[in-house]
Structure formats: structure tokens, C-alpha cells
Write a protein that binds this ligand. Structure first.
Ligand SMILES: *Cc1c(COP(=O)(O)O)cnc(C)c1O
Length: 387
């Protein structure tokens, strides 16, 4: 017999930062007190700092999808024409949300594993000058592909449309110049690169988006962003907040500030690069080879192998929880995450485990060849460890 530790290695929820978990035990505070207001103000200020934006930052008690819904219900009116870039399951979520709220959505679709080009967005904007909004994923977690939100932002900022970016796995894995690139609403979630459990979402709101909120008429109640902003200015949330998660977030943000957002991004990018080298060395194919995201690497299962078997073997043999494909990609790909509190030791282990699993499934594997490719990237990059 051998011991196996459980390790959560999915692209959300992600590995938890231990001091953040410990901080959650201080939850016996009331949210209409000065203690809480200090905590809330600090969290909002730290978020703003690490996101590098002058825009307002708001925190909501919900998973990421709640902030996506808030972005639709607070900035749009029934019948508004919008453009939705859809390159995977999360792009499809934008389409469903837009339709659920009665927006008239033009969908720019890309095959799974591909991305929507900024040129297509620019063309669609030119064709429909009445477009009120453009929706996209910075990083499409279901396929492991990343969109060029910088070039898209340039196109959108020349129009009256607001640019709504689901950066739930983009934040902390790719550079995002929120103010400079014209990203009007940028959405994040606690269980991704922020290293804490699910349950908080955040969004940044530009002055252009706030101006839009004045005329937007879709109904909303719980997710009332103008109300949330007014309360945030007093150091409070509109409703009972998730005190425990805010305590965790405060601790995680302290850590992320000490590391630096750009080095957190560098870490994810280095791990992603090493992963791509490793799986390629093992004869596997990348699912999104042309615009690979640094948040997660999607890998095609070898021909004739259900990726669910690989995922199950990771768990059964090594306690490693990795992600299968979603929707029609289920059984075809598996996904290795890099966002947040992931390190090279996690990755070396995952690749060594993958080699054992592939060999057990009868694939020709020379033990150590994937790990060696990852080690080579580590050596070549010669990055300094975070102190
Ligand atoms: C995780 C994720 C979401 C949010 O999903 P929730 O389950 O609501 O937290 C949205 N978009 C992307 C790209 C994601 O990775």
C-alpha cells in the first residue's frame, strides 16, 4: 500500500493558500461594525491595486456567473444589440445570459480550441453601429484558449459599445491593462487565481459602463451594482457578505501583493509552457495549440482513450483531482491547471503521474521524458523563486 494525498488541481476551484484558510476562522464578526468596514475597505483597495485599475471594484457574494449576470442586468436594456464571442462553454454561457435577458445577440463563434479574432469583432462592430456591448472570455477555461482582448478593446473603445470581459481565469494568468485597453467591465472569481474557496465574485466598472448604467433598464435586485457602489463607499456591502471568504481574500491578497501580480502571471505562464513541452514530449496533442492560455492546458486524450479514464486514474492512483473536458469535450480532453497557488513541484508530480498512467493504459512511454521536458523549461527560464 502507499499513501495518496488529495490534491485539488482543477482550473477552479484551485489549490488553497493555507493562511487564507486559517483566516476564515476569524468569522465571528458582524458586518455592520467598524472591524468589518476596515476589512472590506482593505479588500477593495487591495483588489484595485493588484488589478492595476482606477475603475471601481465591487465584490459580490456569488460564484463567477453571478457577476456575469450582473454585468448583463445592470448595463443593458431589453432588445439591446450585442456581440458575443463564443469559443467554448463559457462563451456559450454569455450567449445564454444575453438571451435570458432579452438582448439581441450576434454570436461570433469559434470552434472549440480556436478563438475569435479581433478582426471579426471589428467587422461586426462596423456592420452594426448600434451595438451596445461586446462580451468575451479573456481565457476560455473549457478549451484552454486565450482571446486577444487588447486588440478587441481597441476596436470596442472606438464605439459606444461597452466591453465586458469574463477574466475569471484571465486574471493572474495573463496581462490585462484594464484602463489602457478599454476593458469596461472585468470579472473575476475567488476560486480561480485568488487561491480561496468559491463564493465571491468581483468586477471592475469603467466610467463608460457607469454612464450606461444610468439608462439601462433591465430588472435586477440582488445584483444592484449602483447600490453596491454606494455601500462600498461606506465600507459596507449591500447584503450580508460572506465574512469568512472576505477574511480569506484579504489574506490571499496580502500574499499576491507580496508576490506581485506580474510574477503571479509569470508563474502561470512558466507552468503552462513547461506543461506544453511535457505533454508534447509524451506524444500528446494540445487542444488549443494556436492561442494557448496560461490558466489551463487542455490536452487531447490519446486515440482510443477516454480522457475520463485518465482523470479517474489521477484520482485513484495519486489523489490528484484534475479536470475532464466539459460538454461535448468530455471524454476527449483533460485539463491541467496553472492558475493561482500552483508551483513547479505540483507540475513535476502531475507529469510524472501522467507518464505512469499512460504506460498503464498501454501507451509507449519512456519514464521521465515528459518530466525532463518540463525540467528543461524550468532550467531555461531560470526564474527566481518568490522569497
Ligand atoms: C470558472 C469560470 C466561470 C465562473 O463559473 P462559476 O461556476 O459561476 O464560478 C466563468 N467563466 C470562466 C471562464 C470560468 O473559468
Amino acid at each position: 500500500m502507499y499513501i495518496r494525498k488529495q490534491r485539488l488541481l482543477t482550473p477552479g476551484p484551485t489549490p488553497l493558500y493555507p493562511p487564507a484558510l486559517q483566516a476564515m476562522m476569524g468569522s465571528d464578526i458582524h458586518h455592520r461594525t467598524e472591524d468589518f468596514r476596515q476589512l472590506y475597505r482593505r479588500v477593495l483597495a487591495d483588489l484595485k491595486e493588484i488589478l492595476g485599475t482606477s475603475h471601481d471594484v465591487l465584490v459580490l457574494v456569488s460564484s463567477g456567473t453571478g457577476a456575469m449576470e450582473a454585468a448583463v442586468s445592470n448595463f443593458f436594456s431589453r432588445g439591446d444589440k450585442v456581440i458575443v464571442c463564443s469559443a467554448g462553454k463559457f462563451g456559450e454561457r454569455w450567449v445564454e445570459l444575453a438571451r435570458a435577458f432579452g438582448l439581441e445577440a450576434t454570436v461570433l463563434e469559434a470552434n472549440y480550441g480556436d478563438v475569435v479574432s479581433p478582426a471579426r469583432v471589428a467587422e461586426a462592430l462596423a456592420r452594426e453601429p448600434e451595438t451596445r456591448g461586446v462580451f468575451v472570455q479573456a481565457s476560455e477555461t473549457s478549451t484552454g484558449a486565450a482571446h486577444d482582448v487588447r486588440a478587441m478593446g481597441e476596436a470596442v473603445s472606438q464605439t459606444d459599445a461597452i466591453f465586458v470581459v469574463d477574466a475569471i481565469t484571465g486574471l493572474g494568468t495573463m496581462p490585462l491593462d484594464i484602463d489602457g485597453w478599454g476593458l469596461d467591465v472585468v470579472i473575476g472569481g475567488s476560486q480561480k487565481a485568488f487561491m480561496i474557496p468559491p463564493g465571491l465574485a468581483f468586477l471592475t466598472v469603467s466610467p463608460k459602463a457607469w454612464a450606461r448604467a444610468e439608462s439601462a433598464s433591465l430588472p435586477h435586485y440582488y445584483f444592484d451594482l449602483k447600490k453596491e457602489k454606494k455601500n462600498a463607499e461606506k465600507g459596507e456591502s449591500s447584503w450580508t457578505p460572506s465574512t469568512s471568504l472576505l477574511l480569506a481574500l484579504s489574506e490571499a491578497l496580502r500574499y499576491i501583493r507580496s508576490v506581485g501580480m506580474d510574477r503571479l502571471i509569470e508563474n502561470a505562464q512558466a507552468l503552462a509552457r513547461a506543461t506544453r513541452a511535457a505533454v508534447t514530449a509524451l506524444g500528446l496533442e494540445l487542444f488549443a495549440p494556436h492561442s494557448p492560455a496560461a490558466s489551463v492546458t487542455a490536452v487531447k486524450a490519446p486515440p482510443g482513450v477516454d480522457s475520463g479514464i485518465i482523470v479517474k486514474e489521477f484520482r485513484n492512483r495519486f489523489g490528484a483531482i484534475i479536470a475532464n473536458g466539459q460538454g461535448s469535450m468530455r471524454g476527449k480532453i483533460f485539463r491541467i491547471a496553472h492558475l493561482g497557488y500552483f508551483d513547479f513541484a505540483d507540475l513535476f508530480a502531475v507529469i510524472a503521474e501522467l507518464e505512469i498512467i499512460l504506460a498503464a493504459l498501454g501507451r509507449p512511454v519512456s519514464f521521465g521524458s515528459g518530466v525532463a521536458a518540463a525540467q528543461t523549461v524550468y532550467a531555461e527560464l531560470a526564474l527566481a523563486p518568490v522569497p
